[in-house]
Ligand binder design. Structure first.
Ligand SMILES: Nc1ncnc2c1ncn2[C@@H]1O[C@H](COP(=O)(O)OP(=O)(O)OP(=O)(O)O)[C@@H](O)[C@H]1O
Ligand SMILES: Nc1ccn([C@H]2C[C@H](O)[C@@H](COP(=O)(O)O)O2)c(=O)n1
Length: 418
């Protein structure tokens, strides 16, 4: 913790903080001198005490695990007069500079219980705490960075004034996507699961099933057609019909061999969960390489799904917060086999809900989230459309199943000479 804190201090006053109040971000920064700026929105009309908690550790697994637990830990131990809002701190436009945490307003009578809890956290956990004090007149607020538990002699910077800051050009939640949410090489995803081996036994089981990097890149002789789309858009129905119509092999990502471990990884924080799905694509790629030497191959979900769901989860707020079209975030990894054609099935939300209802099966938490959260669904669809190399061809899946099949067969015949 101390090493990570120390490395933050030289750039401390260049950092911008964002606090989300009812889904809207409010930005503030800090500076040594006060030049008459107004009080940032989050501190206005505030008669409570304010604190910020940012999770920071150079150990990425520890950081991800602790952030995932922090909210529950705070809600369980803080008094009901404490109000938490999601918060982050970042260096504008600097990749990997995002720190996530919570902003805490405490309106209880005594500061002691909250401060005792926060002090305990700084001593045991990878968290950086600041308290904010209102000046006598209420016209200025200052930020005080607490020293961490294991380094009492650390030279702390002086208190800073907090002032409003402009919204950044790129939404802060996009800064850490690469290799935290989306993995662009086998090595990067492998390293995450390798580091988890001691705490998640299933991670070791996954590593044992992995192929070599060369195997995952082997290009088959026959065309490879990937079918993508949200849950219940008709992927299973279509992929099975395509298999029969083309005499093709049918594969899926994640592959069947990972099914016993999947539920465990679905409960893990995004860093670990996404590394699992990323590695699943490399196993499927090897199977494609083998089957594709004998027959055409149809694949139910592949890298488009892994990237689109990860990006949509990582980026908070509306669709316009997503990285713009052409961003490197949407680029296909150079070590994953490129399909000949990717088809993305789309369906209007009402019909999708009807099909989900009719099917009535259990769903992953993320799929339940999709059902409830229109914004998330729009972000997944937009991310699908922005992924390039190969891009996906969108097909309306609302006609009857045999018509959807005919339309996709036409696309395949046009693109793959089958
Ligand atoms: N073109 C269609 N018209 C009407 N109903 C359809 C059509 N295609 C599929 N369905 C029905 O919609 C439901 C969902 O289809 P399916 O299981 O193929 O979707 P899926 O995309 O594979 O879902 P998941 O990703 O959750 O596995 C099923 O009950 C299926 O019979
Ligand atoms: N290649 C893949 C396949 C799936 N996922 C994730 C994305 C969703 O959370 C979920 C959807 O899968 P389904 O319920 O349709 O089996 O799995 C992924 O990240 N990469």
């Amino acid at each position: 913790m101390a090493r990570r804190t120390m490395s933050l201090i030289p750039h401390w006053s260049s950092r911008v903080s964002s606090v989300e109040l009812n889904g809207t971000p409010f930005y503030f920064s800090t500076q040594e001198k006060h030049r008459g700026e107004e009080v940032p929105r989050v501190f206005r009309e505030n008669d409570g005490r304010c604190y910020s908690l940012l999770v920071c550790s150079s150990d990425t697994i520890r950081r991800a695990k602790f952030y995932a637990e922090l909210k529950d830990k705070l809600l369980t131990n803080l008094s009901p007069e404490c109000h938490l809002s999601p918060m982050c701190s970042f260096l504008p436009n600097i990749k990997d500079s995002l720190l996530k945490g919570y902003f805490l307003k405490d309106t209880s009578e005594s500061s002691s219980p909250t401060e005792r809890l926060l002090r305990d956290l700084t001593q045991r956990d990878p968290v950086l705490v600041c308290s904010y004090l209102r000046g006598e007149t209420g016209g200025v607020w200052t930020q005080h960075l607490w020293s961490d538990g294991d380094n009492h002699t650390m030279q702390m910077p002086k208190d800073y004034y907090v002032v409003p800051a402009e919204a950044p050009e790129h939404h802060p939640s996009t800064l850490n996507i690469i290799n935290s949410d989306v993995f662009y090489s086998f090595e990067e995803a492998y390293q995450v699961l390798e580091k988890c081996g001691d705490i998640i036994p299933e991670a070791r089981a996954v590593l044992e099933l992995l192929p070599s990097r060369e195997e995952a890149r082997r290009k088959p002789d026959f065309p490879v057609i990937v079918i993508e789309g949200l849950d219940a858009t008709g992927k299973t129905t279509l992929t099975e019909s395509l298999r029969d119509a083309l005499g093709a092999s049918l594969l899926r990502s994640p592959p069947h061999c990972l099914s016993p471990m999947r539920a465990r990884f679905d409960r893990e924080p995004p860093l670990i969960r996404r590394a699992f799905y990323a590695l699943g694509n490399y196993i499927t790629a090897v199977q494609i390489g083998q089957e594709g030497m004998k027959t055409p191959v149809i694949v139910d979900r592949f890298w488009h799904s892994t990237a689109a769901y990860a990006i949509a989860t990582a980026v908070s707020g509306p669709v316009c917060n997503l990285p713009a079209e052409g961003s490197e975030v949407y680029c296909w990894p150079s070590d994953v086999l490129q399909p000949s054609l990717v088809v993305c099935l789309t369906l209007d939300p009402e019909e999708r809900r009807r099909r989900l209802r009719d099917r009535g099966q259990g769903k992953t938490e993320e799929e339940q989230e999709l059902e409830h959260n229109q914004l998330f669904r729009l972000k997944v669809e937009k991310a699908y459309q922005r992924i390039s190399g190969p891009a996906c061809v969108t097909v309306d899946a609302s006609p009857p199943a045999d018509l959807v099949l005919q339309q996709v067969l036409l696309l395949i015949r046009g693109k793959c000479h089958l």
